[in-house]
Design a protein around this ligand. Structure first.
Ligand code: GAL
Length: 672
């Protein structure tokens, strides 16, 4: 289990470095991410490198038994580079240049940036590839975070090249984009621009392709750096830090290129439900890797500095959020950053070692977590632990965010709300796409599969035929991969499996809701109430109020050995719980800890059960199976505010009893 954080020693006099290393040891730190923003110190001028200071820092860390996740330092080009080559700067859609003075001021497609970044990463990798302290490589930092999209001339040229490769000839592009609408027909690829500021709505297929292109073009940087590191002979795992369900990069594609998935996570401590989004993100990271290791690469030890009001974490909250990752198999818990910055725009951001030093709650909690993590067993989900898949993909995130739909929908927000409804019932989920192999799941939930490529449609149909339970919510199977309607209108693929026809979307103005009655309770639908016709399906609920009164709201249909459900509205949170509960009951899916408080998280992974209290109140949890903690049987767990406990099945305890390392600790909270 790795424990540590970003370390920026160049911000401090070298006399302090040995002291840092000693304090790291005291905190249980065994890994630091080094050199994240060190370009200007490593390369003071083009063709000139200064590794002396970095050699010294790595040497000190190594002498103290602290390993290094070495960054390639390409995230913030130095002033000499942008001064000589202003052409590498990115631009907004309206032509505004993003000047230096902050960070990430590079156009991903700039040939000059790519050349300079390659020179740097090659030099760094050649120097440290064989260093025994370096156990991991960290490419760049949070690609796309501040500059998700670039509209510069560099981007224009690269976009045209990407379109040429994708479509071959401009006629095919015209068909895919439907350019006969508003006289947009191109006669040469050179005429195609990034979607720069325009008088009115842009071509949605062009917007979608520009997003795909941006993700691919940025991914080229990662691959370039990764290959340079490998080319220098480095054998350590290579990663870059993701940002949860970040909108601009298709992490499904990115994950394929990495050895190790890494995530940065900053839930708002002031929001009592922010742990749920964090849970989703951790399940997403676990799922993206498909078995590859993953690590919580950054979190805050306490408050951040970039919200309008930066609430501190409550006592214990940092550990509780960390345990969400550990319970889902994370192989490390890391922070931004080790020592709080003296200067710069992040000087108010918390760190493991605060300005106020070691006589602080932050430091005590950091030390305590380090001590609690080291004896923990390796916890990893095994295949049978998860019976439900929730579909999430970037093509839909992008296509749904295009303008001019019947009603505005926030794709990520909707997926997260469905996730929350499931999570509150303590049902474990994998995140998948409609194209993945879904055969391992009893239930698949498609919250908003607006864009459904033919192969993905066939996959969902097969899943049901073979015995799966598919829950499909509205505005699904509307367009093809070019954001265009297919012949036959909507639900052209899933309609027969669902046993319904969709006639119209029935957008609801914000003030209008509809209700439907399911399993003896009334629930609210919002945003839209679709007009559907039964074509074999059984109505499980009908709208009981408003315009669509008496029309089907929720249906089920047997298809082959499985059942397909359709929900014709976007329910409120309570309605989402009711609908998923209904489907889970029919499919025989049960929660990990039925009856536990919804804000107490329970994660079952292999022979382990981790329970985490995300509230500021005490909660008692009654266990439904035999577990042990510290080799003593446990039937109930008393969790203090933000407390957690790691329990294991008696068989695990027996297997591990001979090895102290593998006996689960009674961690942060009284158990018994
Ligand atoms: C991350 C970034 C770090 C630091 C941190 C502050 O997005 O990777 O370098 O800026 O945010 O919360």
């Amino acid at each position: 289990m790795y424990y540590g954080g970003d370390y920026n020693p160049e911000q401090w006099p070298s006399e302090l470095w040995p002291r840092d290393a000693e304090l790291m040891r005291a905190a249980g730190v065994n890994l630091v991410s080094l050199g994240m923003f060190s370009w200007s110190r490593i390369q003071p001028a083009e063709g000139e490198f200064d590794f002396g200071w970095l050699d010294e820092v790595i040497g000190i860390l190594h002498d103290h038994g602290i390993a290094v996740n070495l960054a390639t330092a390409t995230a913030s080009p130095p002033p000499w580079a942008t001064h000589h080559y202003p052409d590498m700067l990115p631009q907004l859609a309206d032509g505004t240049v993003l000047w230096p003075g902050s960070r990430q001021h590079f156009a991903a497609t700039s040939p000059v940036y790519r050349r300079l970044a390659l020179e740097l990463v090659t030099a760094v990798a050649e120097r440290y590839a064989g260093h025994p302290a370096v156990v991991m490589w960290h490419v760049n930092n949070e690609y796309g975070c501040h500059v998700p999209y670039d509209y510069s001339d560099n981007a224009r040229d690269a976009f045209q090249g990407w379109l040429r490769r994708r479509y071959g000839d401009v006629g095919t592009l015209n068909t895919a984009w439907g350019t006969d609408f508003w006289s947009q027909r191109y006669t040469a690829f050179e005429q195609v621009l990034p979607p720069r500021s325009a008088p009115y709505s842009q071509n949605p297929a062009a917007l979608l392709d520009f997003r795909r292109f941006t993700s691919d073009a940025t991914l080229e940087l990662l691959v370039m750096e990764r290959d340079a590191i490998r080319g220098a002979g480095a054998a350590q795992p290579i990663t870059t830090n993701f940002m949860g369900p970040f909108h601009a990069l298709d992490y499904w594609r990115w994950a394929d290129e990495l050895d190790l998935i890494a995530d940065d996570s900053y839930p708002d401590p002031a929001d009592p439900q922010s742990f749920r989004r964090a849970a989703f993100t951790r399940d997403l990271m676990r799922s993206l890797g498909g078995g590859k290791p993953w690590i919580l690469m950054e979190q805050a030890a306490n408050a951040v500095n970039w919200r309008p009001a930066n609430a501190p974490k409550a006592p214990g909250q940092m550990a509780a959020l960390s345990m969400q990752a550990v319970a889902r198999g994370a192989s490390g818990v890391m922070f931004f950053q080790w020592r709080q910055s003296r200067s710069g725009s992040e000087k108010f951001h918390s760190a493991m070692l605060p300005h106020a030093g070691t006589e602080t709650r932050t430091w005590r909690e950091v030390v305590r977590l380090g001590a609690e993590l080291s004896p923990l067993p390796e916890i990893a989900m095994s295949p049978g632990d998860v019976k439900v898949a929730l579909l999430f993909d970037w093509d839909n995130l992008w296509a749904v965010s295009n303008p001019d739909h019947p009603v505005e929908l926030d794709y990520t927000d909707i997926v997260l709300r469905w996730y929350a409804a499931i999570h509150r019932q303590h049902v474990q989920v994998d995140i998948r796409t409609a194209g993945h192999d879904l055969s391992a799941y009893d239930v698949v939930i498609a919250p908003l599969q607006y864009l459904l490529p033919a192969a993905a449609g066939t996959n969902l149909i097969d899943y049901v035929r073979r015995g799966g339970h598919l829950l499909v919510a509205g505005f699904t199977d509307i367009v093809d991969e070019h954001d265009a309607f297919r012949d036959g209108g909507f639900l052209t693929q899933l309609g027969p499996t669902l046993g319904i026809r969709l006639e119209d979307f029935g957008a609801l103005p914000e003030c209008d809701g509809v209700s439907f009655r399911l399993d003896g309770a009334d629930h609210t639908g919002t945003t839209y109430a679709e007009e559907i016709q039964l074509a074999g399906a059984t109505p499980l609920a009908r709208f009981s109020t408003g315009r669509p009164s008496d029309q089907p709201a929720f249906t089920s249909h047997r298809a082959g050995a499985g059942v397909a459900y359709y929900l014709a509205t976007l329910p409120d949170d309570d309605g989402m719980r009711a609908v998923t509960r209904h489907v889970f009951a029919r499919a025989g899916v049960t929660g990990v800890l039925p009856g536990a408080h919804p804000d107490v998280e329970a994660i079952r992974a292999g022979g382990y059960l981790v329970v985490i209290n995300h509230t500021d109140r005490h909660h008692a949890v009654t266990l439904d199976r035999h577990y042990v903690s510290d080799n003593a049987p446990v039937t109930e767990v008393e969790l203090p505010p933000f407390g957690y406990a790691v329990l294991c099945r008696p068989s695990e305890a027996a297997t591990n009893a001979s090895d102290r390392q593998h006996v689960p600790a009674r961690a942060h909270g009284s158990v018994g």
